[in-house]
Design a protein around this ligand. Sequence first.
Ligand SMILES: Nc1nc2c(c(=O)[nH]1)N[C@H]1C(S)=C(S)[C@@H](COP(=O)(O)O)O[C@H]1N2
Ligand SMILES: [Mo]
Length: 529
Amino acid sequence: MPGVSSFRTTTATRAGLGALSGLLAGCAALAAAELTAALVRPASGPVPVVGGAVIDRTPAPVKDFAIRTFGEHDKLVLQLGILVLLFLFAIALGILALRHRRTAAAGVVVLGIVGGAAALSRPDSAGAADILPSVAAALAGAAVLSVLVGRAGPTGPSRRTEGGGGGWSRRGFLNAAAATAAAAATAGALGRVLSGERGQGAVASRDALRLPAPASPAPALAAGTRLKAAGISPFTTPNRDFYRVDTALTVPMVDAGAWRLRIHGKEVARPRTHTLDELLARPLIERDITLTCVSNEVGGPYLGTARWLGVPLADLLREAGVRPPSQGGAADQLVARSVDGMTLGSPVEDVMDGRDAMLAIGMNGEPLPFDHGFPVRMLVPGLYGYVSACKWITDIELTTFDAYDPYWVKRRWARRAPVKTQSRIDTPKPFARPAAGPVTVAGVAWAQRRGITRVEVRVDDGPWQDADLAVQAGVDTWRQWSYPWQATPGGHTITVRATDGTGQVQTEQRTRTVPDGASGRHSVFVTVP
Ligand SMILES: Nc1nc2c(c(=O)[nH]1)N[C@H]1C(S)=C(S)[C@@H](COP(=O)(O)O)O[C@H]1N2
Ligand SMILES: [Mo]
């Protein structure tokens, strides 16, 4: 029986050493990339760029599946998935390297190339510098792999040194492995600290920002705007609860002092670049507006209402010389571009038709949170977020729908997407077991730009019954509703439908979210014991 302590190089032991070498090489590669990215540009790290490239290439239905399944953890799941794949690959390369050095080396190069190509393919790529983290990762990975695998075997006579007749140097390997782990941890931690510091300027600029009072404050909310039903969505969604949907794996940290917004393009007679201070000096409007994501399923969570403070966008456009198509303007599409390269296209007509389209700076009384687009984002009431609500905006280009397809349109989503009339039951929750007797059914209904005039509830196949409506705050916000139900024992399906300000009743025709938003009616099944 071979003594365990002699570490004879059985096949299994050697494979284990190879695997460990690969794992450590993977750690070293990641740490090197992290550190380099921190020095070059935090968003150019290999996990964000590969993740970003994956997101860019994800077909709309799969993206929707991810949002449905993992909710706002979708990005975390993606990054963990990439790490798991990377480590599995690294382990395989480590085992392979024991016998086939060249092939393993080629594998490392391939990984480096994948990372570099992903970096260059990102819309916010800063150019060749973005491949540096991948190069550093490949070099560090290859170096660690070659040193560790060299100590783990193969068993040439020159390598028979210490260690009771085993084919490798136990102490040499362990020392090298420990040194690698320590170096990787240090480099990784240093990278974290450095990229953290980069964000400090942005954080400080946000802390220092004092929002001016609006020239046109939001109308005071009537007492009846908020219903008291337990479990209903609050009329104003607190910032920390506001849904977040974007493709950013690393949230852009923009320094307000360095931020610029350029307005230019087709028939823009007076192109301009604005600073934040210039925008803050203008008359600001404050409005309650409900923002909705096109990926929101019937009954889904991806919408919220906030009190936004911002610059009327139509005024800025008019000053630049832009005319809406109805007044002879030749540009019918406004393309907003963010610092991370996202593009969103809105109809110029909608932006300039008198609605409260704005460049928002404040959200519920504070500067925009970083997640929601600090320092400035666009908002156009009545349009889904993907065709209007550009976060971290930095560029507005006037063009035509014929000439340019923005990010989501290239991925099967519709060019134009006004929000559909919808309603949601917030309470009772699906599969709840309320006691027989009075049960409050309540929720929200929305049809931005048109408003909600009626909400009806139906239990099983019974008649549609009018729900009680909260006071309407405005046509651009959702409206709460509630319905006093006398629950009787048994299983029941509760369904809701809304009617908008044009008299249109919410359709029962079910459609998917792709290409222009889900339609159909929300129902909830409950059991009354
Ligand atoms: N830069 C950028 N802006 C963006 C997006 C994005 O991915 N990147 N997503 C859009 C989509 S699809 C929606 S629904 C809204 C969501 O805004 P929120 O995250 O503040 O709720 O932002 C829009 N603006
Ligand atoms: Mo969205």
